[in-house]
Design a protein around this ligand. Structure first.
Ligand code: ATP
Ligand code: MG
Length: 366
């Protein structure tokens, strides 16, 4: 970014990531003053979006997009929901104090490159410590508890004792009137990392209680590897539901149609008794792969057998081949395919000619 101004700072994650030597997902900037007014004075940029109440502006410069926020203070009139802006154009120090952790409260001048550290964030990065900035932080915004988990797992950081105590205090007294949309966003980002460690901490530290006041214990089976092995068939944005969807109640979370289907199909598999490989194949072929991986917590041998072996047993014969035998498409097609599949499962080396022979047998053709 080549926009430089004495009042313009890189802020938050981007500064933290640079110090850690890690790539950043996005570049956040803050302007000490009114960012919208400032953006209008920058030559050769495009203003993409303005959010007047929050004093933020999205710009495009040199082919890249950046968010510039105005320095602002906030209050939480409804705890657990979006904050309200108190003052736009406050000091940089006031601005960083509304943030989540000291490691995310660093600013870096775009003009001089100087790092401004009002909260001892540099020291905490060095010591791999996640520390909140004020005592009622989790009450204002409990999604910070999940953000804590996300950063702990992503960077291998741990909380200071006081932060941990305040987290425990909050989890003993959760206010369930919160923004579940925001909570979901953090859960998605945390669990899409696909780390068993995140799941362990989520449960051991009782963070799952934020989703619903239920009891839940860590499933014995570790399916992190099953996810890794099947990544090409799983949408990256669905990994989280394989983990969080195992909770007995996630009805508070706003789910997409695809996410709901994953849960429904998992429940269906869970309540089915499978008598043989053919039944496993039929049921699992019809379910999203995410549901199959969730099923590994019910019976990992069955899920593994399906994913490593049964899933790959496919018929080479298709409807066209049956038509070529002179059979008009009808409901018997499906029965015929099932008949062949039953034979092919224990004999996966079967060729198309073998399948054709079975099809003829099925339809009593010579
Ligand atoms: P990531 O690398 O996942 O993007 P990030 O720290 O950059 O992590 P963002 O969600 O992009 O996180 O937010 C940018 C900055 O905004 C954070 O670094 C932090 O200073 C502040 N922030 C984000 N979410 C919260 C929150 N819930 N409460 C307080 N401050 C927050
Ligand atoms: Mg970011």
């Amino acid at each position: 970014m080549n926009i430089k101004d004495k009042n313009l700072y890189y802020i938050g994650g981007v500064v933290r990531d640079e110090i850690l030597g890690k790539p950043s997902f996005d570049t956040d900037l803050t302007y000490r003053g009114n960012a919208i007014d400032f953006a209008k004075t920058i030559p050769d940029i495009e203003i993409l979006q303005i959010n007047e109440p929050f004093g933020t502006v999205r710009i495009k410069s040199g082919g890249k997009e950046f968010d510039i926020a105005s320095t602002r203070t906030e209050t939480y009139p409804r705890k657990g929901h979006l904050p309200e802006v108190d003052k736009i154009g406050c000091s940089l120090k006031e601005d960083v104090m509304r943030r989540d952790f000291t490691i995310n409260a660093l600013a870096k001048s775009t003009l001089t490159g100087e790092i401004i550290d009002y909260t001892n964030g540099l020291e905490d990065i060095k010591n791999k410590t996640l520390r909140i900035l004020y005592d009622t932080s989790f009450i204002d915004d409990p999604t910070r508890i999940v953000r804590r988990l996300k950063f702990a797992v992503r960077f291998g950081f741990d909380s200071d004792e006081h932060t941990r105590k305040l987290q425990n205090d909050y989890l003993d007294n959760i206010n369930y009137d919160m923004s579940y949309k925001r909570l979901k966003k953090e859960l998605v980002e945390t669990f899409n990392l696909n780390k068993r460690e995140a799941f362990e901490k989520f449960i051991k530290q009782r963070i799952y209680k934020l989703v619903a006041p239920v009891d839940f214990t860590l499933p014995e089976y570790d399916f992190e590897n099953l996810i890794k092995m099947n990544l090409s068939n799983i949408s990256q944005s669905n990994i989280w539901i394989i983990y969080v969807g195992l909770l007995p109640d996630i009805s508070n979370l706003p789910l997409t149609k695809a996410e709901n289907k994953i849960i429904e199909e998992f429940k269906k598999l869970k309540s089915t008794i499978f008598n043989n490989d053919f039944e496993i194949c039929k049921a699992f072929n019809a379910a999203p792969i995410e549901s199959v991986i969730m099923y590994s917590t019910v019976n990992h041998k069955t899920a593994e057998k399906y994913l490593t072996k049964l899933k790959n047993i496919k018929l080479t014969l298709n409807g066209k081949d049956l038509q070529n035998l002179g059979i008009a498409p009808n409901a018997k097609y499906r029965e015929c395919f099932d008949y062949i599949l039953k034979t092919k499962i224990p004999n996966p080396q079967m060729t198309k000619a073998d399948e054709l022979k079975l099809a003829k047998e099925f339809f009593n053709l010579s």
